[in-house]
Design a protein around this ligand. Structure first.
Ligand code: CTP
Length: 403
């Protein structure tokens, strides 16, 4: 896809992978993009401004003051002119500064004043990438709405093997082209989300239920919709308004939820089952209100169908299936077993140990576990932010499936 007329600013930081930016600039210029390269002072140790200026056909900017012309390199203008700002390679140092609003060079000032979308492509050594502070900074940046071009796995400059390698120039070009052709990452994707409790009728006026408010599932439906997905929300009884542009399908019982989910399942790419489905339902529903007697009342219960496990059996490798787990003991192991048993791609473990997490409230604290048993632990945050974290993991999974 041609990038004719697109103004793309590339912020180059001081990392060994900076050499790849020469190829990227060439590819972008070939697609007719207007490329403005910005460099941190350290980046110039790794690749010369002359190389990037020659390839981009315009001077590289690094300082606030242009010493040749004695003019001011206006970062606000730069930030306003760009249709996209890509920071690549984004080093641990620059990521940290971006995440915390530091502004000690032209590149960071441009980032802070940019009105356009910002992509960042990290590159660093494995241990630096895995360090909790780097991971936290990446999540902060994702929460600010910046777009991650995830580092690849492979041999690193240090000799270590693992994640941390800057995405290849062709891959960065693809992300940029995708951004301009289709600016939302889940555009064209369909998602099914379940939320809320189910109510299992005992008689015409009574039911067995639970305290789920539905807030987490509604926040997920809303996050996926804002990221471009067409979302169907299968909701048990809640007091919540339907999120904008989400198709809501109301159900009451576990059986109705199963039927609704089964009818949508085959056509969707993403399934997030956050509903607190009743595990048991009365064997029979009394047709008339049950009158009180002097003796104890016993209600026979039968197991409901596990909707998530049912869908897990039918899941294709184009679909991302996410389940939830609420565990009170041996949390990680139980959640991981559940993921395997129900054939999920991810399980979101709700913590019962932390204040502010779980039913009813507006905050939550979760850990996401993938099929390999790798965990990503998030701090206590608003359910909206938790929903964005979950959505970011789903986007990365869908991108990997389709790559
Ligand atoms: N779930 C479902 N259908 C059910 C029960 C649960 O789809 N009948 C889904 C929930 O939406 C959630 C996950 O399964 O995503 C939660 O599983 P949980 O109820 O904790 O699993 P169980 O296997 O019932 O485990 P346990 O009873 O040990 O907690």
């Amino acid at each position: 896809m041609s990038l004719k007329g697109k103004n793309i600013a590339i912020g180059v930081c001081g990392g060994i992978a900076a050499y790849k930016i020469a190829s990227l600039v060439r590819l972008l210029v070939k697609e007719n993009a207007n490329v403005q390269v910005l460099m941190t002072p350290d980046a110039k140790e790794f690749i010369t401004p002359l190389t990037l200026a020659t390839l981009s056909k315009r001077p590289v900017l690094s300082d606030y003051i242009n010493r040749h012309t004695e003019t001011w390199n206006n970062h606000v203008e730069l930030g306003l002119q760009a249709d996209l700002l890509l920071i690549a390679p984004a080093t641990a140092n620059t990521l940290s500064k971006m995440a915390h609003g530091a502004c000690d060079n032209l590149l960071l000032a441009t980032y802070l004043s940019a009105k356009c979308a910002v992509m960042f492509a990290p590159a660093m050594d494995l241990d630096m990438w895995l360090h909790p502070s780097t991971q936290e900074n990446v999540h902060r940046l994702l929460n600010f709405g910046n777009i991650l071009i995830a580092p690849g796995k492979g041999e690193l400059a240090s000799g270590l093997i693992g994640e941390g390698r800057l995405a290849e120039p062709e891959e960065m070009l693809q992300h940029i082209q995708h951004f301009f052709s289709n600016s939302l990452p889940l555009e064209g994707k369909k998602a099914l989300v379940t939320a809320g409790p189910t109510h299992e009728a005992i008689d015409p006026v009574r039911f067995i239920g639970n305290h789920s408010s539905g807030k987490m599932g509604y926040a997920i439906a809303s996050a996926l919709q804002s990221l471009g997905a067409t979302v169907t929300l299968v909701s048990g009884p809640t007091q919540l308004p339907t999120p904008p542009k989400v198709n809501r399908h109301d159900v009451t019982s576990a059986q109705e939820m199963l039927e609704a989910c089964s009818s949508h399942f085959e056509t969707v790419d993403i399934i997030v089952m956050s509903a607190a489905v009743a595990d048991y339902t009365p064997v029979s529903v009394a047709s008339q209100k049950i009158k009180k007697k002097d003796t104890n009342l016993e209600i026979a219960l039968k197991k409901t169908t596990d909707i998530l496990a049912t869908l897990g059996k039918k899941k294709t490798n184009k679909q991302t299936l996410v389940g939830f787990a609420l565990e009170t003991e041996n949390e990680l192991q139980n959640a991981q077993d559940k993921l395997q048993r129900k054939n999920l791609d991810y399980i979101v473990l709700n913590s019962m140990q932390d204040k502010g997490a779980g039913f009813g409230g507006d905050t939550n604290k979760v850990t996401m576990i993938d099929r390999k048993g790798e965990t990503q632990q998030f701090e206590l945050k608003s359910k909206k932010d938790v929903a964005n974290d979950i959505a970011a993991v789903i986007i990365a999974h869908q991108a990997a499936i389709n790559s």
